[in-house]
Write a protein that binds this ligand. Structure first.
Ligand code: BV8
Length: 241
């Protein structure tokens, strides 16, 4: 059983309004590599070449090969007990808001509804000419880079570094953080902005800020409570199974 304070359990038992922000650590126990830990997605690649518009413009084939490989890996992964605990909690608590930086779709697969996707979705593509976005679950892709029916190249419908986040998602996430009475920061290194500002918004608005991670992060000093442990084990203990 993870070390969870009586205060936090009491806040949850009293039905306080809860919001959660998840990062790559949420999906680690589903077998999805994180970004910045050892063996992560970016361990052998340089960020600038892959997850930026400039990198894509320079070498779309290389960027698409990386995304095609991630789509292949992630399509074989299943939600873990942490995803399922959050989905169940959301069903019991209509006021619960789940915000994610992850693009793996595992919260939706676990049954969470209304997930706020800050950084897009690995299984959606966008036409570089028409700007239209659609679901595309083909694994592997039939051609690299994939093309739209109009002939233009498709891009992954995710937010790259240097790109602004979807306006509606950021507005909803900021509102959820501001209204929350308990804010859970789960499995994120808390270094990528503006997502990493959300726990700070919650704290400033009076929320009880909880960090769930296997190690401390730059957010830890600001948190009211740091629960060190894997999300797939801590979340069922915290939220019930
Ligand atoms: C923006 C989608 C306005 C794509 C991602 C200079 C130039 C340009 C921009 C900037 C700049 N300096 C700063 C910026 C802003 C930049 C930024 O914050 N950079 C950082 C790196 C310094 N942000 C942006 O560019 C954003 N846009 O600001 O637009 C703008 C415009 C122009 C110029 C300036 C500003 C866009 C950011 C979104 C980028 N897209 N991904 C894709 O996935 O392919 S970011 C990427 O990192 C993922 O989305 C990921 O979610 C995100 C954060 O990483 P984490 O999820 O936290 O994952 P990480 O591996 O880091 O950590 C995992 C954690 O889990 C660890 O703490 C680990 O201990 C823990 N863990 C591991 N196992 C477990 C666990 N925890 C619990 N249980 C476990 N079992």
């Amino acid at each position: 059983m993870a070390a969870i304070s009586a205060r936090l359990l009491d806040l949850l038992a009293r039905g306080r309004r809860v919001a959660a922000l998840t990062g790559a650590g949420m999906s680690a126990e589903s077998g999805v590599p994180t970004f910045r830990s050892a063996g992560g997605f970016w361990e052998n690649e340089s960020l600038e070449d892959l997850a930026t518009p400039r990198g894509f413009a320079r070498d779309p084939r290389r960027v698409w090969a990386w995304y095609d490989e991630r789509r292949r890996q992630i399509s074989a992964c299943a939600p873990n007990a942490g995803h399922l605990a959050l989905a169940r909690f959301g069903r019991d608590r209509p006021g619960f808001r789940l915000i994610t930086q992850n693009v793996d779709g595992l919260h939706a697969s676990a049954g969470s509804a209304g997930v706020i996707l800050l950084h897009g979705d690995l299984f959606r593509v966008r036409c570089t000419k028409e700007g239209t976005s659609r679901e595309d679950r083909r694994v592997p892709l039939p051609e690299i880079p994939p093309r739209c029916a109009c002939g233009a190249m498709l891009r992954p419908d995710v937010v790259w570094f240097g790109e602004v986040l979807p306006e509606g998602a950021m507005r909803e996430a900021t509102e959820a953080a501001r209204r929350s009475e308990v804010f859970l920061s789960i499995g994120t290194s808390a270094v990528v902005y503006p997502a990493a500002a959300l726990p700070e918004v919650a704290k400033r608005s009076g929320a009880y800020l909880v960090e769930i991670n296997v190690e401390e992060t730059p957010l830890s000093p600001l948190a009211d409570e740091v629960i060190l442990g894997p999300a797939a084990q801590v979340l069922p203990d915290l939220l019930g199974t």
